[in-house]
Design a protein around this ligand. Structure first.
Ligand code: ZN
Length: 461
């Protein structure tokens, strides 16, 4: 099957150019201005931009949390991703206490295989660092799971202590792995939460007040120091505050190999969402929490200047009925919010149309950089001959209106409800298959494949 995408503006991380793209089977076969028009299918991309399929490297699909799970499984979650122009997801598999990394990988593989509609990979979250688990990390790297999530928060459940974090970093320095760090000081947060509840402060806004920016900045600083000591690279997940960004920027200026991701919610929303004592704020209870109104400007600057490299979603959807568990105690509200679907539209509207970043930087932070950092480039994240034919035909003059009534995520609210964005995902091609046709999902559940990723390689440039 040969598909020709004609008359569009192809955008890679190095800039836009007018070109046609010829797809042969699952791969891109040719890119140019005068390609022979012999193809089984032709997609007219006149007045459209043609983007590499989005790469979302932070999702939680079908994730257990106590006796509940996130609302999207790998089928509904990746359908939503596809409809939003994302053709690759990397989800977090989590080791259980007493369990092995292998066991966690098998569990998550069984959740994804036969359901995912786009290609997927896994990071491995380490919650119980026994000596045998440390040794198992090497096998994970060689089997295509070369990134490890560690928590500095959630003591007693997921948090590792400083020595354990240092040990994992040293291991990755040797085996080519990359640590993805959730940087918030869990012990300090626990003190603040206990004090707030004892004082009768139970509303959602106290979630944010008990996780101030400094508990994030302190943890980022500590994580960077450990990485520097261990001689290992470090990737900070869901960086949310100007204070934490300051730590990353300072370290990068010193030449430390620290990379950082932020999320659309920190670029577009603020802690005004928690105002009042109404329970509506529970929709926005996530960790780290939403920050001040000034924060988005600082984070956009970080993205424009290069101190932030990636925007991923931290898609972690819970139904309002599940959020309601914390009606009388904010600390019992399941943490997380949906976001896998509108990532590209939100960032295009606010970032590119809003004049904050050029379109090639948009491609870099949503596709090229995440693919490169997580060992998928140039198979993913680029429109190049030989790359997987993962492409988005995007209409910059179209509009996208966000609503829980029309989104594909299996969750009963949307943090961006009612927003109308400039730009629309029109057609999405994944490994040569048209899976979204003029806005309508037409793909097959289970067509997504597991991606064996390469170890982390720092760029020389
Ligand atoms: Zn997360």
């Amino acid at each position: 099957m040969r598909t020709l995408i004609r008359h569009g503006t192809v955008v890679n991380a190095d800039g836009p150019r007018r070109a046609d793209v010829l797809i042969d089977g699952e791969r891109i076969a040719a890119i140019g201005t005068s390609l022979p028009a012999e193809a089984d299918r032709v997609i007219d991309a006149t007045n459209r931009v043609v983007l590499p399929g989005g790469v979302d490297v932070h999702t939680h699909l079908d994730m257990p949390l106590g006796d509940i799970r996130t609302a999207d499984d790998f089928e509904s979650g990746t359908i939503a991703a596809a409809c939003g122009g994302t053709t690759t997801v990397i989800d977090y598999a989590t080791q259980t206490k007493g369990g092995s990394l292998r066991g966690a990988l098998d569990t998550w593989m069984a959740l994804a295989e036969g359901r995912a509609v786009v290609d997927f990979g896994f990071h491995m979250c380490i919650s119980d660092l026994r000596p045998d688990v440390e040794a198992e990390m090497d096998a994970m790297v060689s089997e295509g799971v070369p990134s490890f999530k560690l928590f500095m928060a959630y003591p007693g459940r997921l948090m590792l202590n400083d020595g354990e974090i240092f040990r994992v970093l040293r291991r990755t320095a040797a085996n080519g792995g990359l640590v993805c760090l959730h940087a918030e000081n869990g012990d300090v947060i626990d003190v603040l939460v206990r004090e707030a509840l004892a004082a009768g402060h139970t509303a959602p806004r106290f979630h944010a007040l008990t996780r101030p920016p400094l508990v994030e900045a302190e943890a980022v600083h500590r994580g960077i120091a450990f990485a520097e000591l261990a001689g290992a690279p470090l990737y900070i997940v869901h960086l949310s505050s100007a204070e934490a960004l300051g730590e990353v920027s300072a370290a990068r200026r010193r030449g430390v190999r620290v990379l950082a991701e932020t999320c659309p919610q920190y670029l577009l929303l603020s802690d005004e969402a928690y105002e009042g004592d109404q329970f509506d704020g529970a929709k926005f209870v996530m960790s780290p929490p939403l920050r001040s109104r000034e924060t988005p400007d600082a984070l956009w600057r970080g993205l424009a200047e290069g101190d932030l490299q990636v925007v991923a979603t931290d898609h972690c959807p819970f139904l309002l009925g599940q959020k309601a568990r914390g009606r009388d105690d904010f600390s019992r509200i399941p943490n997380g919010a949906p976001g896998i679907e509108p990532r590209l539209s939100l960032l295009y509207d606010e970032g590119v149309r809003g004049g904050r970043i050029p379109v090639e930087r948009f491609v870099e932070i949503t596709a090229a950089a995440p693919a490169r950092i997580f060992g998928l480039y140039p198979q993913k994240g680029a429109i190049a001959v030989g790359s997987d034919a993962d492409l988005v035909v995007f209409d910059p003059s179209g509009t996208t209106t966000i609503s829980a009534a029309t989104h594909h995520m299996r969750v009963d609210y949307n943090p961006y409800e009612g927003r109308t964005l400039g730009g629309a995902v029109e057609t999405v091609v994944a490994r040569g298959d048209i899976i979204v046709d003029r806005g309508r999902f037409v793909g097959a559940p289970g067509r997504g494949r597991f991606l064996k990723r390469a170890p982390f390689r720092p760029r020389s440039s």
